[in-house]
Design a protein around this ligand. Sequence first.
Ligand code: ADP
Ligand code: MG
Length: 668
Amino acid sequence: TRMMSTKGVLGSPKPAKRVKLTSVEPTRDELLEERKKLPIFPAKGKLLQNVQQVSTAIIIGETGCGKTTQIPQFLYKAGMHRNHTIAITQPRRVAAISIAERVSKEMGTELGQTVGYCVRFEDVSCQATKIRFMTDGMLLRESTLDPLLKRYSFVILDEAHERTVHTDVLFGVVKGAQKRRRAKGLPQLKILVMSATMDVDQFSQYFDCAPVFYLEGRQYPIQVKYSVQSQSDYLFSALVAVMQIHQEAPLGQDILVFLTGQEEIESAVHTLRDIVKDVTKQYAPMIVCPMYAALPTGQQMRIFQPTPGGVRKVIVATNIAETSVTIPNIKFVVDTGMVKAKIFNPNSGLDMLKVCWVSKSQAWQRTGRAGREAPGTCYRLYTEEEFEQFSTNTIPEIQRCNLSSVILQLLALGISDIVHFDFMDKPRPEAILAALDQLVLLGAVEKQEKVQLTLLGRQLAAFPLDPRLSRVLLGAKEFDCLEEMLTVVSLLSVESVFHTPYNKRDTAHAARQKFISSEGDHLTLLNVYRAYKGVKGDKQWCQENFINARNMQTASQIRKQLREICVHLQLPFKSCGQNTGVIRKCLCHGFFTNAAELQHEGVYKTVASKKTVVIHPSSSLFMRKPGCVIYNELVQTSKCYMRNLSVVDPQWLYEAAPTYFKRKKTAN
Ligand code: ADP
Ligand code: MG
């Protein structure tokens, strides 16, 4: 079925336009020429002059105009950093890394020297680093060690419109640091807030009426085409749309597709590659690149390489390509209108990832990607009526996600009056209470006259992890299984360690069987790791066993870093050997709120919120359906799936959190 009336819009297929293949890296001079063409360049003098005069400024400019890559360099070249460091925060690690690479190339310096980055589990910077790209989460963490942020003369809060929890909390933390530095007569901390959307009154007001600078953008007209009918399978519709464009539009015009997550993106990428590989050679060649937050660094860079002649590039991305990374040469945007968002219901304690509609402002950002260098077209795979139902703006994450992690960090920062913290948009009081309650149950917080961290809580805050995962690590000392728990937690901190090529599903599945534990996914992961260490991380072995070698390597590095924190906290390194039941018992101490009981025929109900859930097909327990399980996360797509599960005894849950379950009983 045709889903869009594209006939006659794109015209008849034209012969492929040949583009010269450029495989050589551009020189620094060539980069400079390119940079001079950015809309931000003519504004440089005025911008610096303005920034010089104020302590805080808001900077607004279209995606791609040069804010993130150029402004830190302008400040640095002008010496305005006063030999301190300029921090630039990004909501996503991929963005922090790829932009740092780009800027160090533009400056002709080695990455990790003058220009560096710092993301969770990876710090490529040094004392001499003056331009430091970092995730908002890392700067927040750093502020718990140095609340005045003394290392920095500038904090640039980039992508402010995204309103992630970490950026939102940083607004308050950085504003507070600026005030206190002023009060103490310390050198000034300048704050720049950068955003791609024009909706800025709130930012300006929050920062004591800071001036707003608008950068001239460059945007070509974009044709927006809505779907004629509502689509029931957006993934399928997206594939159809891409193939349709591929057949009808001249080569050399690239396509950007918005989907929601890694798995979906990998699956779409493989399907597209398979279709164009078709032996009948009916399709022109296509380079298909995935783009999502957890993508290994090396692979991300392919997106920015020029497309060779006679080929079309298709980039399949999450909302990361909305504003945080600019991809050149996009002529067509295919927008499914979907995004994966964190949702938390404070009343039921239900915490999950859910695929839902984007906001209107996000949809317009996506559309805008098609008109950066020339007029373009955006295919919206939803109807105009559906679009009208979208909310105007995205609700800030802080008003819809579980706050326990961020409240733990605020408490570690010495901020105990969470309710009166200087939030730009206050979280719901019941969400704050629910988070505090969870921290109390985990043993991290005491509520006496005022809320404060316990010794355990301070230890939990030392780990760059969800407090439940940190709790499990700390709990491991009671169960003599810290070595194993370090492994499990590290493996949970990377994307899947299993590699499932699209066309070898069955072989991969068969190869996996030897690792599968009847006790669940956590022990399956442990088995993989033990076998991997047994062969000393041999690449060939990984390939034969369909194990993702890169993710295993990352997990090993994460393990090393978590181990160092454990050494610092003087935790005893013990191994439980084959006595793996204790690992599952220990997991209950962090995840007692995430338990579910089997009802009938594979249908479970969560203990806390009585929600109907099922086991994700990727789980080692998918065929087994045990009576009682704990899970790490819920993902809602067509159904609500539990991911990363272990079989547990209900008694263990009770022992892990007696107060919680007693309360549940009385409540029911
Ligand atoms: P903004 O922050 O205003 O959205 P950026 O500073 O990220 O803009 O990007 C400015 C320009 O630099 C973009 O138009 C893009 O062409 C180029 N650019 C950015 N990152 C890369 C990269 N990794 N590789 C190649 N070009 C890049
Ligand atoms: Mg930017």
